[in-house]
Design a protein. Structure first.
Length: 517
């Protein structure tokens, strides 16, 4: 320890002399690696002078005969790098032709139905579409037939049993005569109001058939609404994708001009071309989606031959404003499923009462008139009878009716819970998508446009500071933001229709709502 302290002091003294008097140190000193202890600092030369220097790190540059190649299994792997003709080419036309081959123009998107004006020159409203669908719908006609069927069954359930009549002969051959010859008539007398109770049970089937008719009408209306808004969103998607394609085409054309002027690399224009083709593909998909949505709308109208016609409204119009509590109250009060469930409880109660009185016997009557051929006198007879409920007291049907009543009472609760669950899901989708549509329309999209314009403008002024990758990134962000906005727009109208289906309103904008803040 003492020797190390002395060495350190000697080193410090000598260092001070060098700094102040120019004293020289005869012992050579080398920079000590971090792992060398401080105590051996004066023995660095002796310890490391005889060691072999470390091997150099391997270079990251691959050999000249090796290149990063795209596997041949991938589509487009056989593409060759373009050869850009020099700017000093003597034939400018040949150079322009070569550029057109290397960087082709984007083809126009054709196809899709042509939208025509309605025969009377006005745009078709949603209300008109709903009325046409109700008038033509086979589903509604089937529901009307079901109502007529249940009405007939209700009438039948209350009809009194028909009397029976026929021939009756007794003691034939007595005294070599025909005996007693005549006829009879019998009638079952239904007691304890069984017919009225049976008709009341069938009445609830008829009542529920009418409620089901209303539900079928609502289903048809909401199917038309779904298709109507799908067409409007598809129109908006086509419009936006056409605008994006024009925008990307212009950017692609400008980049080709920069390549032609020798101010940009060819791959930059290639990337622009890829983006333009991708947007063109989205436009093709949007037009095909519009065609399919229009055909589905005509199917909902039961007018499959209806050509694409101008519709009143647009996808960006304000959505109806709903309040959850008001929507919930109206749904539970007026929804057809709730009414059907309530009617099933009343029906089950009536059926239980009917099953309880069924064991009480009906009176069976039989009246006959005969001519006695032996005494040549007329005879009149009367029979009265009834079933004695000794073994069959209808106990099985009574137990089944009690179980059915219990199930019907639980069905009302089940339907209520199911409707509330559906309303909660539809409302959160409505509230979320509606908020996001406004956010994208008023804030995100304008900011994204400003971001791209700013990056591109600086890229043109200061290309040495803004990389082309930054331009591409902002351009892709703008495209993605537009597509995300269109997605939320579609989700908003789907949620609106789902809420209207649960609230079961004829007028979409006459829903339980207040201005939302």
């Amino acid at each position: 320890m003492f020797r190390r302290t002395a060495r350190s002091l000697r080193w410090l003294v000598c260092f001070g002399l060098v700094a102040n008097t120019g004293c020289e140190i005869t012992r050579s000193v080398t920079v000590v690696p971090p792992h060398v202890p401080a105590m051996d600092i004066f023995n660095v030369d002796e310890r490391y002078s005889q060691q072999t220097p470390p091997e150099p790190l391997p270079t990251k540059t691959p050999p000249k005969d090796e290149k990063l190649r795209i596997p041949p299994e991938l589509p487009g792997a056989d593409a060759e790098m373009p050869i850009i003709p020099p700017r000093d080419l003597k034939n400018p036309q040949a150079r322009d032709e070569a550029f057109r081959k290397i960087f082709p123009e984007i083809e126009l998107v054709t196809g899709g139905p042509e939208i025509q004006a309605s025969p009377d020159g006005h745009a078709i409203t949603l209300t008109e579409l709903q009325q046409r669908a109700l008038a033509n719908s086979p589903i509604v006609r089937q529901a009307v037939a079901d109502v007529d069927e249940k009405y007939g069954l209700m009438v039948q359930a209350g009809l009194y049993p028909n009397p029976r009549t026929g021939y009756q002969g007794d003691q034939m051959g007595s005294a070599n005569t025909a005996g007693q010859q005549g006829g009879f008539i019998s009638q079952e007398i239904v007691t304890y109001g069984k017919l009225k109770l049976a008709q009341a049970v069938a009445y609830f089937d008829w009542l529920n058939a009418q409620v089901s008719l209303r539900r079928s009408q609502i289903d048809v209306i909401n199917t038309v609404r779904e298709r109507y808004f799908a067409v409007l969103v598809a129109q908006e998607r086509v419009r936006v994708q056409e605008g994006l394609l024009k925008f990307i085409e212009k950017a692609y054309s400008l980049q080709v001009q920069l390549v032609k002027a020798g101010q940009a690399a060819a791959y930059e224009a290639n990337y622009m071309h890829v983006q333009a083709l991708q947007v063109r593909g989205e436009l093709v998909k949007a037009k095909n989606r519009y065609s399919a949505d229009w055909k589905q709308l005509t199917a909902a109208l039961s007018e499959p031959d209806l050509v694409a016609t101008v519709l009143n409204g647009h996808a960006t119009m304000p959505a109806p404003e709903f309040r959850y509590d008001l929507a919930k109250n109206r749904m539970l009060l007026h929804h057809t499923d709730m009414k059907i469930a309530e009617n099933l409880v009343l029906q089950a109660q009536t059926k239980l009462e009917l099953e309880k009185v069924r064991p009480r016997p009906n009176v069976e009557t039989n009246t006959y008139i005969q001519r006695d051929q032996t005494t040549f006198t007329n005879q009149v007879g009367l029979q009265l009878g009834f079933v004695i409920p000794v073994f069959d007291k209808n106990q099985g049907n009574i137990a089944a009716a009690q179980a059915q009543l219990g199930r019907s009472m639980q069905e009302s609760t089940r339907v209520r819970n199911d409707l509330i669950s559906k309303l909660a899901d539809a409302y959160q989708r409505y509230a979320t998508s509606r908020e996001l549509v406004v956010m994208y329309r008023d804030s995100i999209l304008p900011d994204q446009v400003r971001a791209f314009q700013g990056v591109y403008a600086r890229y043109q002024r200061e290309p040495e500071k803004i990389a082309f990758a930054d331009v591409i990134a902002q351009q892709q962000n703008l495209i993605n933001a537009m597509n995300t906005y269109l997605g939320y727009l579609g989700e908003q109208w789907i949620a609106v229709v789902d809420l209207a289906r649960l609230i079961q309103t004829d007028d979409l904008y006459d829903a339980p709502s207040v201005p939302m803040k």
